[in-house]
Design a protein around this ligand. Structure first.
Ligand code: SAH
Ligand code: SF4
Ligand code: F3S
Length: 450
């Protein structure tokens, strides 16, 4: 279990109220939960990782697909029972569902506070109100809020998430994010660099810069490539990652920057969503199949050892067998190292919602299974090519299956499992690969690097 650092000033006070946050959805929510804990801690609440100890339970939620929301509805049904109906317990919903459903959440469940992603500074005040029986809601979206000055409340570790921009202006027709997170805005470059310097001092060895669309980061005239440059410069042995890249804004300058700086990880998550031009247009993805393929080939020419992953949605409204085949052929052509694959889920309020949901669930399932098995074959084949090679692995910790094995990742974000030695999380180890599945490389240690 992770341990919080000792920046909570009130832990000596046994009467201090305890706050517990449960996080769902994307990494941006993980980063936001740390901001929420920091804001609550400043107001005297002590973070706890034990649900039963909590006086305030906050669920930081996701709306991206119907299924993500269903999970939260179920959780809200059970949570008070699990805590033996502590009479004074305050339950709050944060994040994208709070922003999307607002008072509807309070009508449906016994929820005391509902606070969206841009209103977390008001959380302590709203929670305080809830203790005196007043329901609280804060769902204003902001054009400027970046929580620039809030130092996230982070557990000790070697790997940190760090939001560098918020919101999204892309308006893909299937997506709720522009509505739940509001307009794009960036943190200042200097505050990001300062936070990274603090993380390095605390022993972190890897940072991942986050945004729904990091490539449109802008602070004055300084763009995302400039930000990466400055962050990489903080410590040349710090691994620097970022996600997510929208293909439209991935500039040649950015590709050159990644290619030229050794501690910028050679891994790009570059969601394509579909291989069919007709569907890409209906999705408002703003690029064509051939523009996307050109981009991939420019990336591979300049960063030969790069690893690429993608997101794909099957069965967007009107998707025909021919469109689906084009997605399969694009996957076969690009040969992604990994893919996150989803069935289309209609979201009320998005433009695509009006197109209906005409592909039957049976066909959705078949298409999803088909792309999953194609991707597994591709990942398996690519991983076989690594056998016999020696790769740099940063240790994450023990492997899921056994304490006798460690697990870590390469710069290209592949998971490597190898026999445990006297290594600690954050160490970089040379590992020779001897076997590979579609998801994991298995190896033996050659030498320790750092
Ligand atoms: N900003 C990122 C994606 C964020 S959401 C990007 O543009 O690439 C993560 C993924 O969820 C998306 O890439 C998409 O594949 C999937 N997704 C979003 N809305 C969806 C929906 N309505 N149904 C199914 N999948 C969806
Ligand atoms: Fe959603 Fe598109 Fe923005 Fe990604 S770029 S968050 S898919 S609207
Ligand atoms: Fe979900 Fe919101 Fe992230 S909808 S994917 S938690 S931005």
């Amino acid at each position: 279990m992770a341990h919080f650092n000792d920046n909570d000033k009130s832990s000596a006070n046994s009467r201090a109220l305890k706050v517990y946050v449960e996080t769902y959805g994307c990494q941006m929510n993980l980063a936001d939960s740390e901001i929420v804990l920091s804001i609550m801690n400043k107001s005297g609440y002590v973070p706890t990782e034990v649900l039963e100890d909590a006086d305030v339970v906050l669920l930081n939620t996701c709306s991206i697909r119907e299924h993500a929301e269903e999970k939260i509805h179920q959780r809200l049904h059970t949570i008070r029972k699990e805590l033996n109906a502590k009479p004074e317990l305050v339950v709050g919903v944060l994040g994208c569902m709070a922003e999307r459903l607002r008072t509807k959440l309070m009508e449906k469940h016994k929820v005391d506070v509902v606070v969206g992603p841009d209103d977390y500074r008001r959380l302590p005040q709203l929670v305080e109100g809830a203790f005196s029986g007043v329901q609280g809601i804060g769902v204003r979206l902001s054009r400027t809020e970046t929580y620039d000055d809030v130092i996230p409340f982070r557990a000790e570790g070697v790997s940190a998430w760090l939001s560098v921009m918020r919101g999204c202006d892309k308006f893909c027709t299937f997506c709720v994010v522009p509505f739940t997170r509001g307009r794009e805005r960036s943190r200042t470059l200097s505050s990001v660099v300062k936070e990274v310097e603090g993380l390095v001092k605390r022993g972190f060895r890897e940072v991942t810069l986050l945004g729904q669309n990091v490539n449109s980061y802008l602070d004055g005239t300084r763009d995302f490539a400039d930000l990466l440059n400055s962050v990489a410069d903080v410590d040349p042995t710090l691994r620097v990652r970022f996600t997510t890249s929208h293909p439209q804004d991935l500039s040649d300058k950015l590709i050159d920057t990644i290619a030229g700086i050794p501690n910028l990880c050679k891994y790009i998550h570059l969601p394509v969503q579909s291989g069919s031009d007709r569907i890409l247009k209906a999705m408002n993805r703003t690029y064509t199949r051939s523009e996307y393929l050109d981009l991939v080939s420019r990336i591979r020419t300049k960063i030969p050892d790069v690893s690429l992953s993608t997101d794909i949605i099957v069965a967007f409204p009107t998707e025909a067998e021919q469109d689906h085949k084009e997605t399969l052929s694009l996957m076969a052509e690009v040969k992604y190292d990994g893919a996150y694959m989803f069935k289309y889920s209609p979201r009320e309020g998005t433009p695509a919602f009006n197109l209906g949901d005409d592909v039957s669930d049976k066909v959705k399932t078949d298409r999803l299974n088909e792309i999953i098995s194609l991707q597994q074959r591709i990942s398996f084949d690519l991983n076989q090519k690594v056998i016999g090679k020696t790769v740099d692995v940063m240790v994450d910790g023990h492997s899921k299956r056994s304490d006798a094995q460690l697990s870590g990742r390469t710069s290209s974000n592949k998971t490597v499992v190898f026999p445990a030695g006297a290594f600690r999380p954050g160490d970089i180890v040379n590992v020779r690969i001897i076997r590979a599945s579609s998801a994991t490389l298995f190896g033996e240690v050659v030498t320790r690097v750092n």
